[in-house]
Design a protein around this ligand. Sequence first.
Ligand code: ZN
Length: 485
Amino acid sequence: MNRLKNAMRFFFTAVLLTWMILPTSAQDKKESTYVLITNVNVWDGTSDKTKEADVLIENNKISKVGKNIKAPEGAVVIDGKGGYVTPGLIDMHQHLMLNGGTSAGSYDWDAYAQGAHATRAAEYLLLQGFTTIRDIAGNSLSLKRAVNSGKLPGPRIYSSGGAIGPTGSHTDWGSYNDGPGQPNYQTMVRNAMVGDGRAEWLKLCRWNFKSGADFIKVMSGGGVASVFDPIDLNSPSLEEMKTAVQVADEYGGYVAIHGYTDAAYNKSLDAGVKSFEHGFLISEETVKRMAEEGVWWSWQPYGSYNTFGMGNFPDWFTDDMREKGALVAEGSVKVPKWMKKYGVKTFTGSDMFGWDNWHNAIVNVAYPVDIPGLDYNSVDCLMMATSNAGQALLELSAPSRNPFKGAKLGVIEEGAWADLLIWSKDPTQDVKIILEQDNLLFIMKDGDAYKNVLVDPTDESYRGPLKPRGYNWMESHGESGKHWH
Ligand SMILES: [Zn+2]
């Protein structure tokens, strides 16, 4: 026993000494790397239009935005060729682990294969211009660590881990024959978590944060893409919802709810929830209350209007899911109008499942201009997918729970993370130019370039218009994938 104690004492002393010596000497040796982007028009994420400026990047942050910046010694200078700089895009509603929908993995592939698909999806989204995503249901917690630490390519990931809800709710993706509390495939791999009552909710929510979740996703009321829940389902209880908010407060995180109805939204507001998904069946009164209480709304313009409204349902949707989807479509035009009228803080998220849909994540960003009767312009669309989302990510969590607390996301300004894109055309004039992958010339995330076609292909800084390797996009998507090959 004594020998063990001595060994441990020696070990800790050694660790302490190393720690005391290392940081200063490592600090002394560290030199900054600089990238200077010239000959561009910059949209900062919040203004009405672009302005001519250079952008200087020091390591992984933007250090200066202005005219005629002098290149520091050793800087890599990138001629933007008159292109347009925007912040990297942020998708606030992703499901990396749910390739194939809520039954993913039940029949065809297991969690390992799901993970393999998810790594491809992460890389693919980055190459579309998304430098940050919020993964909001699905066990992407380990994948998040791998990507955020730079071991795998992908956008910065905020993850909720598995979504939480009661038995029979929008997280219950088992079968009709499951017994009470019996695990199903999705609960076993923790893409979804099912619990009833305060004690179980305390356990699930705390477990989720312990496992690295940045926030908690709660299914409040029914959904479209699930089997057992009518869309007007009025669970979880207020007590369960308050439990989730309590645990989120304990950890400095927050609760984001899935919900469609007045009952779902108001109960969540009563419990202190700050982040709201969908809501396409709520009334104008509830929208007013959201504005008064300063909460955030997450909008899925493409899914709600196109997928549900125009009958473009995924193949795996049942007749019942299609009926529920049609109801949602009616609200997809009304609700955004009220959100704008009352000034509810809004960001967008695509809510795309799997390879049949991931190419629509970018379409979602630009889609508000395509919904008839809405008054959203190109800059509105871009703000909802950049600075608004960045502001929400900063505002919703305590710094201790925010993996990217060190700087702002979604803006081009001094001190912000170096996540930026260069387009050949001005997306603030016409946001739909982002749908053409050839218009995206340069992608930088965290100071690293993932695409750079501004230089000749023989140049060593050239990064071609990559797609996740080995995946034949055209073959799988035919005409609908024509922008993405
Ligand atoms: Zn979703």
